[in-house]
Design a protein around this ligand. Sequence first.
Ligand code: SF4
Length: 443
Amino acid sequence: MSSNSKKVYIETYGCQMNVNDTEVIFAILANEGFIRTEDIAEADVIMANTCSIRDNAEQRIWGRIEQFNLQKNTRHDVLTGIVGCMAERLKEKLLDKGNVDFVAGPDAYRNLPRLIADAAPGHPQIDTELSREETYGDIKPVRIDKNGVSAFISIMRGCNNVCSYCVVPYTRGVERSRDPRTIIEEARNLFDRGYKEVTLLGQNVDSYHWKCDREEVSFASLLEQVAHISPDLRIRFSTSNPQDFSDEVLMVMAKYDNICKHIHFPVQSGSNRILEKMRRRYTREWYLERVSRIREIIPDCGITTDVIAGFCSETEEDHKDTLSLFDIVGFDTAFMFYYSERPGTISQRNYPDDVDIETKTRRLNEIIALQGKKSLESYRKDIGKVFRVLVEGPSKKDPADLCGRASNNKMCVFADNIHKAGDYVDVEVTGCTSATLLCRLLD
Ligand code: SF4
């Protein structure tokens, strides 16, 4: 299929990195004359950018593939494809079982125009080669966000940690850091185009490390360089890793008002025995020391986390350790799941998935219930405080109100018919729920 003004439709699933990857894909295809469409019924090329982090993420895609292929019933030259982590994990299986026309892994997006050009019914195309160099650093992503306020910038790809439950190292390959000059140029370009916030993305941003001749750039130094672009450009980053999280990063965060005071700090479990089995290279004590260090240097820093309930061999004692850690830390919010065994991972190959689903569900619900209380406590503590908020747009609940995040990443909602997306406003917190700060606009 030649590319001349062919329309491309992409559904994006999973993490923020996939959102940014979809923006990279649109840029690569636009360079070849493809046009983006949000209407599947008019698309010549239909694809999903997929996630493999849990089984239900993949199950959902099998359903989407059927829907995609229905388009072929009425328009026979439509091409369908799967890209991203599920493409990398399942490879040819998607061609055989899914009957899609092309499959591309996270490091093969430069090759997408050729895969699409060569693909035809009966001649499916695939590229799932992982790379040690690819960072798409020279590609200017086509932004898909609607508000033009906040944008993602991938600073690195892959991960070398190989936590025992995780598929990422197999679907995204080894860690490689992007040339800092291209990151700063992209951030500056976004600011010049009116964006007010960038989120620096990596599976493990703390291990960002760029070395070229005698020049070495750590994550702390990169953060500082981006902060220098403008005090009106806010910087966020995700995801941190407790084992590599340094005081250096904390000091840089404390030094610049425009670096947002929020850290997403996945703990996964509160039990040292389970952390070791997960190959998380820190202990409960190390994690708690890092949290108290964060609060020592940045007292009002927002802290959120990820947790897995019911990992292989987890006992009630281990579970209680997780609950007590959640009680001690008092996270603002958390992403909470029970263990979903992923094929090919270290835990799948070595440990029986021996915690039954009833126990997994009960333990997960206990964590969710506790976190609900801790979130409410955390949001209540902000009542009476004044925050500088970056307006993102109308509130979902009541479009007459505006919403935006405070530096600590908490969503603020307030009545306002003056300001617009991209404005900074000061608000006073007058009330809250366990997920939103109710505010009044200050003059
Ligand atoms: S740090 Fe662990 S959990 Fe996170 S992406 Fe890497 S291997 Fe997966």
